[in-house]
Ligand binder design. Structure first.
Ligand code: FES
Length: 135
């Protein structure tokens, strides 16, 4: 029997801004990635880290791709309230129709496929498969 696909896939940026204390010294980035990764796995998702997604002004960036739905880009996942809201959403299965107001406020516009940077396209193809950046 083939292993079942995860309900969603999560990319946790650990690039030059999202992954270091240089830009956000008050954030324990490794611990945050660990907590968010745990929550995603609890909700049936798989997790990967990635290098910079060219949205450093919105760091920390988290991308969630549901196998049956849209890709959600989240930014400014920095304080405890933001992290807790994202973790709760991931642990509940990352249903795009069940975002809390806090998670909704963190949502970023997804890059349009023909405007996505090479870094974004490469990272996203790792969770979506070949064919580029989803809408
Ligand atoms: S380091 Fe995360 S978007 Fe640049």
């Amino acid at each position: 029997m083939a292993p079942s696909r995860p309900a969603f896939r999560v990319l946790l940026c650990d690039g030059c801004c999202c992954g270091t204390e240089r830009k956000h010294p008050d954030v324990d980035h490794a611990a945050q990635r660990s907590r968010l990764g745990h929550a995603a796995r609890q909700g049936g998702g798989s997790v990967r880290t990635t290098g910079c997604l060219d949205r450093c002004s919105e760091s920390n960036v988290v991308v969630v791709r549901r196998s049956d739905g849209p890709t959600t880009w989240l930014g400014r996942v920095l304080d405890q309230d933001a992290e807790r809201a994202v973790a709760t959403w991931l642990a509940a299965g990352a249903d795009p129709d069940a975002m809390s107001d806090t998670v909704r406020r963190l949502a970023l516009p997804a890059p349009v496929s023909n405007e996505a940077s090479t870094k974004q396209a490469t990272a996203i193809s790792a969770i979506v498969g070949p064919g580029g950046v989803p809408r």
